[in-house]
Design a protein around this ligand. Structure first.
Ligand SMILES: Cc1cc2nc3c(=O)[nH]c(=O)nc-3n(C[C@H](O)[C@H](O)[C@H](O)COP(=O)(O)OP(=O)(O)OC[C@H]3O[C@@H](n4cnc5c(N)ncnc54)[C@H](O)[C@@H]3O)c2cc1C
Length: 390
C-alpha cells in the first residue's frame, strides 16, 4: 500500500507544530492538518495567552531549528510560592539547580509562529490549512483520513494534536475522564511602575492562587483564580475599579499599575484520555490531557509527549507499529498522570478545608527547609526526571 505521508498530524497548535518541525528536521514526510489559518507574527501589545517553557521544552523546540523572538521572551530565575497569611513561603532559585534560568515566558502565538516559520523551510512538511477531519479508518499498514475539503489522505501514523476537544480522539472512539474545578482563571495583562522581570510568583488564597508572570519591559501577566461567579462579576469592572481590586488583593511587591492592557477569563478543568493510542493513531498535548494550569505545565508536558513520540518515530522502522506506540503510551501516561495528581493536590491543599490548607502550608515550609525535597520539585518543574540516576 502507498501512503501520502509517513505521518499526518491533526492540529498545528504549539504541540502539533513542534512535532511536525522535529520530524521535518529529520527529513520525515509529514502532513499537517490545521482547522485555522497559518499563524501571524506577534506584534504590539502582548497577547493574553502566555506560557512558561521549561528547560526540556526549550531544548526540544530549539532542536527543531525554530528561532524564538528574543524580544518577546522573558527568562525567569526565581519561582516564589507563598500563602496569603505568610505562614508558608518557599523560593526556588535557578542558581541552586546550577542553571542560568528556569525557562522563559512567551506568548502562545509567538511560539506557534516561530514553529510555523521553521516548517516553511522544511521540504518534507506539507500543510493543509482551513480543513478538519471528517472520518478516519485504519488498515494493516496505514490509516486514512477524510477531510472536510474533499481530500482524503493516508499515512503510516496519524497523530491527534487538536486540543482538548480533539475531533480525532472522538472519531477514534477514545473517551475521557474529566473534572470541573468550578473555577476560572482571569488573565490580566498590565504595565507596572516596578520592573518585574526576574521572578515569577504565586500566592495561594483559600479561593485559589493569584500569580504574576513576568513579561519583557515593565509588563506582567497577572492570573487571578476564583469561582465562576466572582470572576464573571470581576470581568464587568471598569479598568479603574479592576486596578483598585488588584492593588488591594495582590501582594504589595507588585507595586502600582500604570495600565490595564487586556483581560479575559478561562474555565479550569482537568481531563485525561482513556487511551493515548489506537491502531496507527496517537494522541499528544491537550488532546491527551488537560491539567490545572496553576503550575504552568500543560504545554510543557504536551511538548514532552511530542519529544518522546518523535524520538520513537525517528529511531523506529514503522512509525505506527504497535510496539512503538505502546512504549510511547507507557512512558507518557505515567508522567502525565503524576502531573495531573500533583496539580490536583496543590489545588485541593490550598483551597480545601482548613486542615488541608494547614497541610499545604506545611508542604511549603518543608520545601524551604528540606534541600532534597526542594531539588526534586525543581527538577520536576523543569521536565527532568528527579528519580533518574546518572
Ligand atoms: C489560563 C491558562 C494558562 C496556561 N499557562 C500555561 C503555562 O504557563 N505553561 C504551560 O506549559 N501550559 C499552560 N497552559 C496550558 C497550555 O495552554 C495548553 O496545554 C496548550 O495550549 C496545549 O497545546 P496544544 O497544541 O496541545 O493544543 P491547542 O493549543 O488547543 O492547539 C490545538 C490546535 O489544533 C487545531 N484544531 C482543533 N481542532 C481541529 C480539527 N478538528 N482539525 C484540525 N485542527 C484542529 C486548533 O486550531 C489549534 O491550532 C495554560 C492553560 C490555561 C487555560
Amino acid at each position: 500500500m502507498q501512503w501520502d505521508h509517513e505521518i499526518i498530524i491533526v492540529g498545528g497548535g504549539m504541540v502539533g507544530a513542534a512535532l511536525a518541525a522535529r520530524l521535518g528536521q529529520a527529513g520525515i514526510s509529514v502532513g499537517l492538518v490545521e482547522r485555522g489559518s497559518a499563524p501571524k507574527p506577534a506584534s504590539g501589545d502582548y497577547d493574553l495567552r502566555i506560557s512558561s517553557l521549561n528547560a526540556r521544552s526549550l531544548a526540544f523546540v530549539k532542536a527543531s531549528g525554530a528561532i524564538l523572538p528574543g524580544e518577546r521572551c522573558c527568562p525567569f530565575r526565581h519561582i516564589d510560592v507563598a500563602n496569603q497569611d505568610g505562614t508558608g513561603h518557599s523560593v526556588f532559585s535557578a542558581e541552586e539547580s546550577g542553571m542560568n534560568d528556569f525557562g522563559i515566558f512567551i506568548e502562545n502565538r509567538a511560539l506557534q509562529y516561530a514553529l510555523w516559520q521553521r516548517l516553511e523551510a522544511l521540504p518534507s512538511v506539507t500543510w493543509y490549512t482551513q480543513c478538519a477531519p471528517l472520518s478516519t479508518m485504519a488498515a494493516t499498514t496505514a490509516r486514512m483520513l477524510e477531510l472536510d475539503n474533499g481530500k482524503t489522505l493516508s499515512a503510516r501514523l496519524i497523530v491527534g494534536a487538536d486540543g482538548a476537544r480533539s475531533t480525532l480522539r472522538e472519531l477514534a472512539g477514545i473517551g475521557v475522564t474529566s473534572y470541573d474545578y468550578h473555577q476560572r482563571a482571569m488573565i490580566i495583562n498590565v504595565e507596572t511602575e516596578l520592573p518585574q522581570q526576574d521572578v515569577s510568583w504565586q500566592c495561594f488564597t483559600p479561593k485559589g492562587p493569584i500569580a504574576m508572570l513576568p513579561l519583557p519591559g515593565q509588563r506582567a501577566s497577572l492570573v487571578w483564580y476564583d469561582s465562576d461567579e466572582a470572576t464573571k462579576a470581576r470581568e464587568q469592572l471598569s479598568d479603574n475599579a479592576l486596578q483598585h481590586a488588584i492593588e488591594t488583593t495582590f501582594p504589595k511587591r507588585l507595586g502600582k499599575l500604570t495600565r490595564i492592557v487586556a483581560r479575559a477569563s478561562f474555565p479550569i478543568k482537568r481531563q485525561h484520555a482513556k487511551r493515548y493510542i489506537g491502531k496507527r493513531l496517537a494522541l499528544i498535548g491537550d488532546a491527551a490531557h488537560v491539567v490545572h494550569p496553576l503550575a504552568g505545565q500543560g504545554l510543557n508536558i504536551g511538548l514532552h509527549d511530542a519529544d518522546t513520540l518523535a524520538e520513537l518515530i525517528v529511531k523506529g522502522r514503522d512509525p505506527g507499529d504497535h510496539i512503538s506506540l505502546h512504549r510511547f503510551e507507557c512512558q507518557r501516561r505515567l508522567a502525565n498522570q503524576a502531573m495531573i495528581a500533583a496539580t490536583d493536590s496543590f489545588h485541593h491543599l490550598f483551597t480545601g478545608a482548613k486542615p488541608l490548607r494547614q497541610l499545604g502550608d506545611l508542604s511549603l515550609h518543608l520545601a524551604e527547609r528540606v534541600p532534597f525535597a526542594k531539588r526534586m520539585m525543581m527538577q520536576q518543574a523543569n521536565g527532568l526526571n528527579p528519580f533518574k540516576i546518572g
